[in-house]
Design a protein around this ligand. Structure first.
Ligand code: GRG
Length: 294
């Protein structure tokens, strides 16, 4: 398969669906809808929704059934970026290659745009077609738990509280498993659910998402110290400046790269319940994430 062509075609599909789900920019309150769209269509890589669709394909499901869930996850991811960039959190001026939401609109609107992106995610989930093994309440709970106080937000709290402190590897893993891996893991789980996956395939997808999610953050930490802001589309070197708990800080750059490879290979192994053909795209995406440069 040609992964580049695949990624571009999936990005287009997701962008079209997101455009359809979101209120138009001139819809009242227009400032809010413009801010939501500004951040959502700022050029994100769409990795989470692409993973969701690829997991659905691995479980032989239909893309159309997975699409609302994929879009809901992207809205949650974007909300978390908008809020993370706020002055009271990471205080960042640059995201997805352009000024952050609160820099273009104001802080109040950025908070509300994040709130609205989080909320609309649930509305979009409610448009998904429940499957025999996964009813609507299961789908809604999956998203709520992943974005909630014991996963995404727990990771963010631990991240904020770890700033400037010396953290042990266990705490670092807690931060990354929740701040980053929870949403990535849910992306593939929701894809599997949309395909009515059996318990064995859902468990395999869950394991894959866990390893891939952690690997993704280890690479993100490495890129923060090795890449330029231009290449990343966000401020590079911020983790060191803010004395963040990162893999390179705890185990060094070289060992972090080894760890990312180890986690990725665990991700590949988790997919052994699928035929190579069914899981071809998930395998390719895992390798792509490991090798990515931004
Ligand atoms: C505000 C509750 C709350 C949580 C914020 C997203 C986040 C948690 C923090 C942002 C900083 C960070 C290192 C997050 C980890 C996840 C991550 C690497 C996000 C960037 O993901 P990409 O590279 O971004 O997929 P694009 O812009 O391509 O979608």
């Amino acid at each position: 398969m040609n992964l580049k062509t695949y990624l571009v075609s999936r990005q287009k599909l997701i962008d079209r669906a997101l455009d359809w789900y979101l209120p138009k920019a001139n819809r009242k309150p227009a400032t809010l809808h413009r801010a939501m769209r500004y951040s959502l269509f700022a050029g994100g890589k769409r990795l989470r929704p692409i993973l969701c669709l690829a997991a659905a394909e691995a479980c032989r499901g239909k893309i159309d059934n997975a699409l609302p869930l994929a879009c809901a996850i992207e809205c949650i991811h974007t909300y978390s970026l908008v809020h993370d960039d706020l002055p009271s959190m990471d205080n960042d001026d640059f995201r997805r290659g352009r000024p952050t939401c609160h820099k273009v609109f104001d802080e109040g609107i950025a908070v509300l745009a994040g709130d609205a992106l989080l909320t609309i995610a649930f509305e979009i989930v409610s448009r998904a077609k429940p499957r025999p093994r996964y009813d609507m309440s299961t789908l809604l709970r999956e998203v709520a738990v992943a974005a909630g106080s014991q996963r995404l937000i727990a990771g963010q709290v631990a991240d904020l509280e770890a700033e400037g402190k010396k953290v042990k590897r266990r705490e670092l893993q807690f931060i990354h498993e929740n701040k980053t891996a929870a949403i990535l893991q849910s992306s593939v789980r929701l894809g599997a659910m949309s395909a009515n996956a059996d318990a064995r395939k859902l468990a395999a997808t869950t394991q894959f998402g866990q390893h891939l999610g952690l690997a993704f953050q280890v690479i993100d930490d490495v890129l923060d110290v090795t890449q330029t802001s231009e290449r990343l589309g966000k401020s590079a070197g911020k983790d060191v400046a803010a004395k963040k708990a990162t893999y390179p800080a705890v185990m060094g750059l070289q060992e972090s790269r080894v760890e990312a490879r180890r986690l990725t290979s665990k991700g590949h192994k988790a997919l052994s319940v699928f035929s190579n053909r069914d899981a071809e795209t998930l395998h390719a995406l895992a390798n792509y994430l490991l090798e990515r440069e931004y």
